[in-house]
Write a new protein. Structure first.
Lengths: 94, 502
C-alpha cells in the first residue's frame, strides 16, 4: 500500500510544485510547515486507520479519522487558503 | 492578463482531485477495507493469506500440465528412497562402496577439522535438536540416551569443554534457545543479593524442599536439617552458578477473545519441556550442565522478580505478573540453573512500571477488585481481611495485589475473571499488550519509555478507542501466526525485520 501512496504523493508533489512555479506563486515558511504537519497527520491517519482495521479494532480506526485525519485536513485546507490568499495579493499588487 | 482571482483553475483543481481519487483508489485496492465488525466477521475466514500476485486456479489444474490419459496409480515400492529401486540402475552400483567410504571419511574429517558448520557449537546445537525425553532435574548427569548424530556429551564427542568469552557464550546460548522455541532470555550471577534476599528459602508445601546454597561441586538432594521441609535441594557454589530465566511470547488473541482457551498461559505446545530438554542436550555437548525443576513453585527463582532483575520484563501493577516491552503481560517464564559461564543480562526500562502509575485499566476491569488502585507503588504491604499478608515478600516498592480476592473471583467465575465471557481481564485489557500493526502502538511505547506525562492520557484513550476484549468468535476469523505466538519478536534478520520493532 505504501508503494502506491508514495507514488501518488510523489506525483502530487511534482504537480503542485510545477503548478506553483508556473503560476509564480511563492509559499511562505509557515505555509510549508502547515502543509508538512497536515500531510504528516494524513499519512499517520492512513497507516493507523487501515492497520487498526486489520487488527480488528474498527472503533479505534474511526477514532483515527477523527483525531488525526480531520486535523490533518484542516491544516492542509488552512495552508491552501493562505497560499491562495497570498497569491491573490501578489497578483493584485502586480 | 493575470489569471482570475483564484490562481488555481477549476481544471487544475479537478486534475488534482483526480490524482487524489486514483491514489485513494489504489490504497483501497491493496488494503482490506472493513467498515464494521459484522462486515469483518462475514469474511470467508482466515484462510492462508498470500500476496495479491498469487492467483488461484481451478481444482485439479495446477501450473504443470497433466496428461490424464497416460497417468495411472503409482506403485510406491518403486520410488527412489528404496535401495532396491536404486540398485536396479548401474550408475548406483558402480563404485558404491567407494562412494560410501569417501562420504564417511569426509564426514569424519569435517568433525575432526571442526569445519565451518561442523564446529563444536553446531554439534552441540544438533545434540540439543535431537529428540530427548528427559533432562537433568536436580542433578548434573541426567539420562541422555537418545543421541543421534554426534553422541551426547562433549567427552563422547571427543571434544574438550567449550571455551570462549562470556559474551560469545551468551550469544550461543541465546541463539540456541531461540531455535528451540523461546523468545527472551535472562541471566543472573548468583550474588549475595540473590542468595540471601531474592531466592525463595522453601518451596511450596507440595514440592516440600529447602533451597540451600552450599560449597559443593554438584547439585544434590538430602534431608532438610531444619525439618521444615522433607528435603533440602542443594545449589552447588564450588564453581560459579548462573540463574537463567526463559520466557516465551504467548498468544494475546487467545486471551483477548475470552473463551475456554483463555485460562492460564494458553500455550498450545508444551515448550517448557521441549526447551529444557533440548537446552540440556545443547549444554552437555559443550561440556556444561543445566539443572532445576522449572516450575514456579519448585524453583527458588521467582519469575515475578526474574523478569525485572534479569531484564526481559518489568514489574507492573499486576504485581506478580511482569510485562515485556514487546508483549506486555503475554509471556510465560520458567527458570533453571547452569554452570555455563555467560554474560549476565541487565534490567530494562521501557517506562512500563511508571506507566502503571498513570494507568489502572487492569484494576478498573478486575471484577474481584484484587488489583491495587494506588496512584503510586508503596513499600507498605496492605493487610488482607484485617490479617497480616503472608503472600507478599516485603522489600520492593510495589502495587500490591490481593491474591485472596483474585483467587475468589476466579473460583466464582469458573476459573475466569469475567462471568459473561470468561478470560482474565487484567491481561486482556492491559494497554502494554496491544498489537504492533498500527503505528500508534509503537509511538505510545516509545513515548511511555521516555516520559510519563502522557501516561494517564494514553490509558484514557485506550478505553475510549474501544480496545479490550474481542468478541470470542472473532478468534476464528483472525489469520493468526502459528501457535498464535509472534515468533518474530527480537528477530534482527532482515526479512523478519518487523520483529525489530517488537
Amino acid at each position: 500500500m505504501w508503494l502506491f501512496i508514495g507514488l501518488f504523493f510523489g506525483a502530487v508533489v511534482i504537480f503542485v510544485w510545477s503548478m506553483l512555479k508556473n503560476k509564480g506563486i511563492s509559499v511562505t515558511w509557515y505555509e510549508w510547515i502547515l502543509t508538512i504537519i497536515g500531510l504528516s497527520l494524513i499519512f499517520f491517519t492512513i497507516q493507523n486507520y487501515f492497520a487498526s482495521l486489520e487488527e480488528f479494532w474498527p472503533i479505534a480506526a474511526n477514532w483515527f479519522l477523527l483525531i488525526a485525519g480531520l486535523p490533518g485536513l484542516i491544516f492542509l485546507a488552512l495552508a491552501w487558503t493562505l497560499i491562495m490568499r497570498g497569491a491573490k495579493k501578489t497578483q493584485k499588487a502586480a | 492578463m493575470s489569471i482570475f482571482h483564484n490562481t488555481v483553475s477549476r481544471r487544475d483543481f479537478m486534475k488534482a482531485m483526480g490524482f487524489t481519487g486514483v491514489g485513494l483508489g489504489a490504497a483501497a485496492l491493496v488494503a482490506p477495507t472493513f467498515h464494521d465488525l459484522d462486515e469483518l466477521a462475514s469474511q470467508p475466514g482466515p484462510q492462508f493469506k498470500r500476496a495479491w500476485w498469487v492467483k488461484e486456479r481451478d481444482y485439479e489444474n495446477p501450473t504443470e500440465d497433466m496428461d490424464w490419459g497416460v497417468m495411472k496409480r503409482y506403485n510406491d515400492r518403486k520410488q527412489a528412497q528404496s535401495t532396491g529401486t536404486l540398485a536396479q540402475y548401474p550408475s548406483y552400483n558402480t563404485d558404491l562402496q567407494g562412494r560410501t567410504d569417501r562420504g564417511n571419511a569426509l564426514s569424519a574429517k569435517r568433525l575432526t577439522d571442526q569445519a565451518a558448520g561442523y564446529s563444536h557449537k553446531f554439534r552441540a546445537l544438533n545434540n540439543g535438536k535431537s529428540d530427548r525425553a528427559t533432562y537433568p532435574t536436580w542433578d548434573y548427569t541426567g539420562t541422555f540416551t537418545t543421541a543421534k548424530d554426534y553422541g551426547s556429551s562433549n567427552t563422547a564427542l571427543n571434544l574438550p569443554k567449550w571455551t570462549g568469552s562470556k559474551e560469545e557464550a551468551f550469544n550461543m546460548f541465546y541463539s540456541a534457545m531461540r531455535y528451540f522455541g523461546y523468545t527472551w532470555l535472562g541471566v543472573a550471577e548468583m550474588t549475595d543479593k540473590w542468595q540471601n534476599k531474592l531466592m525463595s528459602q522453601y518451596s511450596t508445601t507440595g514440592t516440600n524442599s529447602l533451597y540451600s546454597f552450599e560449597n559443593v561441586a554438584a547439585p544434590a538432594i538430602a534431608a532438610d536439617p531444619t525439618a521444615v521441609s522433607k528435603e533440602k535441594w542443594v545449589i552447588p557454589m564450588a564453581k560459579p552458578i548462573l540463574g537463567i530465566a526463559f520466557s516465551e511470547a504467548l498468544s494475546p488473541e487467545a486471551r483477548r477473545c475470552p473463551s475456554a482457551i483463555s485460562n492460564g498461559n494458553n500455550v498450545i505446545a508444551n515448550k517448557t519441556t521441549f526447551l529444557r530438554n533440548r537446552m540440556a542436550g545443547f549444554m552437555v555437548a559443550l561440556g556444561y550442565n543445566m539443572f532445576g525443576n522449572t516450575g514456579d513453585q519448585s524453583m527458588p527463582i521467582h519469575t515475578g522478580i526474574a523478569g525485572p532483575m534479569m531484564g526481559y520484563a518489568e514489574s507492573s501493577r499486576q504485581n506478580n505478573y511482569t510485562m515485556t516491552a514487546e508483549t506486555g503481560p503475554h509471556h510465560n517464564d520458567f527458570t533453571m540453573f547452569t554452570d555455563f559461564p555467560m554474560a549476565p543480562t541487565k534490567p530494562i526500562d521501557a517506562g512500563i512500571f511508571r506507566f502503571c502509575s498513570g494507568c489502572a485499566t487492569c484494576a478498573k476491569t478486575c471484577l474481584g477488585e484484587a488489583i491495587s488502585f494506588d496512584k503510586e507503588p508503596s513499600f507498605e504491604i496492605p493487610a488482607t481481611d484485617g490479617l497480616a499478608t503472608t503472600y507478599h515478600n516485603p522489600g520492593p516498592k510495589h502495587f500490591w495485589s490481593n491474591w485472596v480476592k483474585c483467587n475468589n473471583i476466579r473460583q466464582e467465575c469458573g476459573g475466569d475473571c469475567a462471568p459473561e465471557k470468561g478470560g482474565r481481564m487484567c491481561w486482556i485489557t492491559c494497554p502494554m499488550g496491544n498489537d504492533k500493526g498500527a503505528m500508534i502502538h509503537q509511538l505510545v511505547r516509545a513515548t511511555v519509555s521516555n516520559t510519563s506525562i502522557f501516561n494517564s492520557f494514553f490509558a484514557t484513550m485506550e478505553e475510549k478507542m474501544g480496545y479490550g476484549p474481542y468478541e470470542p468468535d472473532l478468534w476464528w476469523e483472525m489469520s493468526l501466526p502459528v501457535y498464535g505466538q509472534d515468533t518474530t519478536i527480537g528477530s534482527n534478520k532482515g526479512g523478519y525485520s518487523h520483529g525489530k520493532m517488537g
